[in-house]
Design a binder for this molecule. Structure first.
Ligand code: BG6
Length: 504
């Protein structure tokens, strides 16, 4: 399939922060892949804006090195790259210089004239949160936000630092853009396997009837990373795992697993259904946060055969930092479907491997008909949704072991994306950029969603800020988090099912 089957309108994509890492590693490799696969319109312009002085040629060459290094399609091919490069331009500008925005407006006006139509204008803010208001105000003054139907602003996460700052940011942006023009990114929503949760749940008649408290015992969501904080210590010191991962990515996964079936796949319908889940989350009692939330910070340790430093030894990290690099939560969704089903969430850096997996643990059968001698290897059903890596779905069920006696044993049915579709799926940013071009906001976050997610985090953030951790670092790099995370789930008579399941 290629983009010709979609209504792709002429588009100008302006990237503020075009000299930065995100543009280099993610945005431009994604745009180039869209171009190669015919998903970009015939008329399109990518305008990079940043403070760094660079010529157009230098910018293009810099971007090419990024594509060569990070694109899922490998190195660029000279002819195709030079075709793509014709659509690129660069402007050295101070984000506070109104004149630069006027020039940008003039450039867009030239494109409009040449293309004889009002193009889609996407302003991608790949800039630190502190600069967002400034850029948005200047865009407004340059009348670049006025065309409500065609102008959009894409805002990267983190969207705010807490509830109050997220609300303030929305207030600032909505002085210039309407809410419907604001595309808040959570790149997890662009991942193929995350979108597949919807397909799996709502395109199959099989699972939905058992997708509730009557059949499901509990749910575990693990987003583990092997990497440490890398070069992002400066940002991460003020974020931590709860803000960086849980408030956004893990909350989104929880919503997709727990939401009611949508009536249609219209953006607001899906977003409303997700918000219903967040609204139903049981508020955590401030005085008992420790029973529901656990934090950790990695010390030095061994990971994949290499000795790696402690978080406190990373660049731009305070020597006595109390920032958490691991968080585990126990949550409940108070509605008919999920009453008393526990949702366990955990995420951390410097864990043994990169692994994002959702485990749906079903209840035991209501009555065990088999003699105990037959059922020694018996286990309740379990569904694993692997988001990354080795994307796929694994269903565990019981089967009779071959032989004259009745003996049950657990078997896994595997569905692997790579094998089934024999193609590399698009990167999350490919999907999200294309959706931004098409004006489809389904996979982007609305203000109310972001705000509810922050309000769920609020009591944990407050409790953790009030009582600093005394045991950090409390897990060595290469471990699955602190002991307290094991205790959090063990007190319910359960255990984290990863990595045990992977080793079976
Ligand atoms: C980002 C976080 O949103 O997601 C990072 O800021 C994290 O800290 C990253 O490493 C993980 O994304 P992915 O796609 O590698 O799972």
């Amino acid at each position: 399939m290629n983009g010709n089957s979609l209504k792709l309108r002429p588009t100008v994509l302006v990237i503020f922060g075009a000299g930065g890492d995100l543009t280099w590693r993610k945005l431009v490799p994604a745009l180039y892949n869209l171009f190669l696969e015919g998903w970009l319109p015939e008329h399109f312009a990518i305008v990079g804006v940043d403070r760094k002085a660079m010529t157009g040629e230098e910018f293009t060459e810099h971007l090419r090195t990024g594509v060569n290094q990070f694109s899922r399609r490998g190195k660029t091919e000279a002819e195709r790259w030079s075709e793509f490069a014709q659509h690129l331009s660069y402007r050295t500008a101070d984000f506070d210089d109104q004149g630069a925005y006027q020039q940008l407006a003039a450039q867009i006006a030239t494109d409009r004239k040449a293309w004889a139509t009002n193009p889609e204008c996407i302003f991608y803010l790949a800039i630190p949160p502190a600069l967002i208001e400034m850029v948005v105000v200047h865009l407004g003054k340059a009348k670049l936000a006025r065309d409500r139907g065609h102008a959009r602003v894409v805002v990267e996460k983190p969207f705010g630092h807490d509830l109050a700052s997220a609300q303030a940011l929305t207030r600032q942006i909505t002085k210039v853009f309407d809410e419907a023009q604001i595309y808040r990114i959570d790149h997890y929503l662009g991942k193929e396997t995350v979108q597949n949760i919807l397909a799996f749940r709502f395109a199959n008649a099989l699972f939905e009837p058992i997708w509730d408290r009557r059949y499901i015992d509990h749910i575990q969501i693990t987003v583990a990373e092997a990497v440490g904080v890398e070069h992002r210590g400066g940002y991460y010191e003020h974020a931590g795992a709860l803000r960086d991962m849980v408030q956004s990515h893990l909350m989104q996964l929880l919503c997709l697993i727990a939401m009611e079936p949508p009536v249609s796949f219209v953006a607001d319908e899906i977003r409303n259904k997700k918000i219903d889940v967040l609204r139903a989350l049981r508020p955590l009692p401030p005085e008992h946060i420790h029973k529901f939330a656990v934090r950790g910070q990695y010390g030095s340790g061994w990971l994949q055969g290499e000795h790696v430093p402690a978080y406190r030894e990373e660049p731009d990290v305070a020597a006595a930092s109390t920032t958490e690099t691991f968080a585990a939560l126990k949550l409940f969704v108070d509605n008919w479907r999920w009453q008393d089903v526990t949702f366990y969430l955990r995420t951390g850096k410097r864990m043994p491997e990169k692994q994002s997996t959702i485990v749906i643990q079903f209840r035991p059968v209501p009555h065990q008909s088999f003699p105990s001698s037959a059922a020694m290897g018996w286990e309740p059903n379990r569904l694993l949704m692997r988001i990354q890596p080795q994307e796929g779905i694994i269903l565990r069920f019981q089967a009779k072991q071959p032989g004259p006696l009745m003996r049950l044993s657990s078997m896994d049915m595997h569905f692997a994306y790579a094998e089934a579709f024999k193609t590399t799926p698009p990167e999350a940013y490919e999907t999200l950029l294309l959706d931004a071009i098409l004006g489809d906001a389904t996979l982007f976050m609305r203000a109310d969603q972001v705000e509810i997610a922050w309000s769920i985090m609020a009591p944990i953030l407050a409790a953790w800020a009030t009582v600093p951790p005394t045991d950090f670092p409390n897990y060595p790099a290469g471990a699955w988090g602190p002991e307290a995370a094991e205790a959090l789930i063990a007190q319910d008579g359960r255990s984290w099912l990863l990595p045990a399941l992977e080793q079976d």
